[in-house]
Design a protein around this ligand. Structure first.
Ligand SMILES: NC(=O)c1ccc[n+]([C@@H]2O[C@H](COP(=O)([O-])OP(=O)(O)OC[C@H]3O[C@@H](n4cnc5c(N)ncnc54)[C@H](O)[C@@H]3O)[C@@H](O)[C@H]2O)c1
Ligand SMILES: [Fe+2]
Length: 387
């Protein structure tokens, strides 16, 4: 077996109503003046109330609320939240929301801990010491941001996403409460779930520090997602399905943050940065294109996934790998997700647009872990094929 390092600093707490214990959890981590980061919809829905109550009871102080995080969060939002938190001497953070909220809280945490110029901390492993305590409570089941070492926020002026990556960015605790996902509409359930499916598939073949640990997490996450994502999408009140997809997306998050993702994510990051498309939905459009690009190089690993999921037990690796691609295609159709970049609302791609997207994807950190090298022309052909 090849040498590997596997690291997961986040304590995971799973259970219905577990979010109402956030106060005790953040108090145990030393927090007394808590910044609660969320979004306007979640505040209005009343979902934050038990969390606010528990923080107030446990710490003796009501949390400072920042619920102004948009779906496409950016540096300006981070700066506003940080200024508020600094003025109120916040010493801990609780993030309740989707990937956008959790990533925003992670970047705010960098500002609060280090002060100074945020851009100095951009990139991989620049942050080299612990940040303030952070608890992440995901309200979507997909990104894995509640356990991952990365955070991405937009720089709208430059039209690109900024990436911060360090194990110190991983929240101290992830609180997985299936009740908080019930209100997620079908389309977003499907789109966020496909992000987790993409993490599982890309991570399983990624060229990062791949290990039997991440293999096991990817396989079980994919088993849960193929079984329960259609159910959670069809019936949002199905708590068993909601819980399974929430656990699966967290497992896939632990896996990809250790072993990386690949070409589908690199292209989805570029398109998301340029056109503001939803991350999971964009991955959904690109996933089978990315898989087909990698097919010859990864047939053995795709075939292993196909056998684990009981999709296929006969035929050679390439045939079984093709069956996995077909099953992914079938899942995307069942979930009624957009199948082309055009359906995603992206305008006709001019030569200049294509060049810009290829440049962004080619320099995205995710591409480093793709199992097969991709040339500019390869990226271009995938984009054209997906349009
Ligand atoms: N840090 C990481 O490891 C990582 C990984 C993948 C993606 N991301 C980032 O995550 C972001 C995408 O996150 P996302 O897919 O969770 O979507 P999101 O956070 O952008 O949320 C999408 C929408 O869902 C709504 N929503 C969230 N929870 C809800 C609920 N329970 N009920 C009803 N509505 C709800 C939000 O209000 C928002 O309008 C992107 O910015 C992407 O870059 C981060
Ligand atoms: Fe993702």
């Amino acid at each position: 077996m090849n040498p590997f390092v596997f690291h997961t600093p986040t304590r995971v707490y799973f259970g219905e109503t577990s979010a109402a214990s956030c106060g005790d959890f953040i108090h145990d981590l030393g927090g007394s003046r808590v910044l609660l980061v969320s979004d306007a919809y979640l505040e209005k829905s009343g979902m934050l109330n038990p969390i606010i109550e528990s923080i107030t009871t446990a710490t003796g102080n009501p949390p400072l609320l920042f619920t102004d995080v948009p779906s496409d969060s950016d540096i300006a939002v981070v700066n506003r939240a940080s200024a508020m938190a600094r003025a109120n001497k916040c010493d801990a953070l609780v993030a309740v929301g989707g990937g956008s909220v959790i990533d925003t809280a992670k970047v705010v945490n960098i500002c609060l801990t280090f002060g100074g110029e945020l851009m100095e901390y951009q990139g991989l492993n620049i942050i080299d010491r612990p940040l303030l305590p952070l608890i992440a409570v995901p309200t979507t089941a997909g990104t894995g941001a509640e356990v991952s070492f990365v955070a991405m926020v937009k720089d709208h002026e430059e039209g690109k996403k900024l990436m911060f990556g360090s194990p110190y960015l991983a929240p101290n605790m992830a609180v997985l409460d299936p009740l908080l996902i019930v209100s997620l509409p079908a389309k977003l359930t499907a789109a966020t779930g496909i992000d987790a499916v993409t993490h599982g598939i890309e991570c399983f073949v990624a060229s990062g520090t791949n290990s039997v640990f991440t293999d096991a997490l990817c396989l079980e996450a994919l088993r849960l997602l193929f079984e329960f994502l259609p159910q959670a999408t069809a019936d949002g009140n199905n708590l068993e399905a909601r819980g399974a997809t929430l656990a699966a997306s967290c497992m896939a998050g632990v896996a990809f943050t250790n072993s990386g993702v690949g070409i589908t994510h690199a292209l989805a990051h570029a398109l998301g940065a340029k056109y503001g498309t939803h991350h999971g939905m964009t991955n959904g459009v690109l996933l089978t294109h990315g898989m087909n690009f990698n097919l010859q190089a990864t047939a053995g690993q795709y075939a292993r996934i196909a056998r684990f999921l009981y999709f296929s037990s006969s035929g050679d690796d390439l045939e079984q790998a093709q069956i996995l691609v077909d099953k992914v295609e079938g899942l995307l159709k069942e979930l009624k997700l957009p199948r082309t970049l055009r359906e995603l609302g992206i305008p006709e791609l001019t030569a200049d647009n294509l060049k810009e997207l290829v440049d962004m994807a080619g320099s995205d950190p995710a591409i480093m872990f793709n199992p097969k090298e991709a040339s500019e022309d390869d990226l271009l052909q995938i984009l054209k094929g997906a349009y």
